[in-house]
Design a binder for this molecule. Structure first.
Ligand SMILES: Cc1cc2nc3c(=O)[nH]c(=O)nc-3n(C[C@H](O)[C@H](O)[C@H](O)COP(=O)(O)O)c2cc1C
Ligand SMILES: O=C(O)C(=O)c1ccccc1
Length: 391
């Protein structure tokens, strides 16, 4: 399927029932997802840190950039494929890791819905440590599409090693280590919701199936949800430092990507110690409020990395145009977070497929009408900031 086919189905196909029963515009998708979810779940997935100004700024930042279109290019054929660690990906987007995504799914299996959508579209998924299905089952559901595993590094080093070796055995192609969430930030919406969903034991499938985690639980409480949650809370977040990186590196021969790196100096230092990929993200504004929009931190990191390793990006991506702008800024691949969660909420696997295909179709058509038919051509596009730097 060429990604632009989606547009053909909707417009040139004559609205003949091939239109999915889901909203196309992000604003409408968001409203439908909110209506489909209990308040506590909506608060968790849609909410962020503090008064959420950074979360909003992530989205708004994209509107401050524009691409100068090129004509007479005849961009009838587009190629959106990218190379990541020698793997040819059919498209430059991926599913960002989303923990506890099962709470947004009718059947509780949001991770499997995302993995099946990944299998159907070829869009790579980064599977979260905090999933309601074990990483092996998620890996199976990915089919032929390569997957990456996101690691929340536990305090227990043996448990960390176990999770990584399971991810290797399950065929994941890289380990994405999230640095910005060894504890959760100040999230008023969650704090004021009676039914704070994060501690649902159900999202601890990777822990309860892990031999190291199980061995640390007294035999009598191996099936006790409270004991499991308590044990999880005591090991969850390891505030890693630079001194831990050689140990992390020693855990696997798979590529390691560090998620949450936003400072040029941190990126350079990570590469110096043998890290294989940098992932610019501010966790969708869920961790630190008052920070810069993630997009505005991308150019400095891309410059510092200077092509040595791939630079992944997420936070605030809502459309194909956003994807194109982040790629033009030098991102190797661009992560879809909340939009796919809303896809899970409105239609499970079909909803996620719809969201991904809509984003890809828009990016594809935009590259066509802008006369920038390949990712390589996007990289040399004339990208301008709209308005003054201080606006
Ligand atoms: C509900 C939710 C759960 C998340 N859980 C994780 C997680 O388990 N691991 C992780 O690295 N990032 C997690 N993130 C952050 C996403 O990977 C990504 O950085 C973020 O969603 C990007 O912002 P955006 O959704 O506003 O575009 C989560 C995000 C959301 C919305
Ligand atoms: O909500 C999140 O963004 C997230 O990553 C997380 C971290 C710890 C527990 C639950 C979710």
């Amino acid at each position: 399927m060429a990604f632009g086919d989606y547009q053909n189905e909707i417009y040139f196909g004559g609205l003949r029932g091939s239109v999915p029963p889901y909203p196309v515009a992000f604003a409408a998708l968001e409203l439908t997802a909110e209506a489909a979810l209990p308040t506590s779940v909506w608060s968790y997935v849609a909410g962020g840190a503090g008064d959420e100004r950074t979360q909003r700024a992530n989205v708004e930042a994209f509107a401050r950039w524009g691409i100068v279109p090129r004509m007479l290019v005849g961009a009838t054929e587009r190629d959106l494929s990218v190379d990541l660690f020698g793997i040819q990906l059919p498209s430059p987007i991926f599913l960002a890791p989303v923990g506890v995504v099962g709470i947004a799914a009718q059947d509780g299996h949001g991770d499997l819905a995302a993995a099946r959508a990944s299998a159907a579209t070829g869009v790579t998924m980064i599977a979260s440590t905090l999933s309601e299905d074990p990483l092996e089952a998620v890996g199976d559901a990915l089919g032929e599409t390569p997957g990456l595993f996101q690691l929340y590094t536990p305090k227990d080093r043996d448990l960390a090693a176990s999770l990584v070796s399971r991810a290797e055995a399950a065929g994941y192609k890289a380990i994405v280590v999230t640095l910005d969430t060894w504890m959760t930030g100040w999230r008023p919406r969650d704090l004021t919701t009676a039914n704070f969903p994060q501690l649902r034991g159900a999202a601890l499938a990777n822990y309860v199936t892990d031999p190291v985690f199980r061995a640390a639980l007294p035999e009598s409480s191996r099936n006790d949800p409270r004991a499991i949650v308590e044990q999880w809370a005591s090991v969850f977040g390891n505030p890693l430092t630079w001194a831990d990186l050689p140990w992390l590196r020693s855990l696997t021969t798979l590529p390691i990507i560090l998620k949450g790196i936003c400072a040029a100096d941190d990126a350079r230092r990570a590469i110096d110690v043998g890290i294989d990929g940098i992932y610019v993200s501010n966790h969708g504004g869920r961790q630190a409020n008052g920070g810069l929009p993630a997009l505005d931190m991308l150019p400095d990191v891309v410059a510092a990395v200077a092509g040595c390793v791939p630079v992944l990006f997420d936070s605030g991506v809502r459309s194909g145009s956003d994807v194109v702008i982040a790629l033009a800024m030098g991102a190797t691949a661009v992560g879809i977070g909340r939009p796919y969660v809303y896809g899970v909420a409105v239609g499970g696997t079909a909803g996620v497929i719809h969201v991904l295909r809509s984003i890809l179709a828009e990016a594809d058509l935009l590259m066509g009408v802008n006369g920038l038919p390949t990712i390589a051509s996007l990289r040399t596009a004339d990208l301008r900031r709209v308005g003054a730097l201080s606006d």
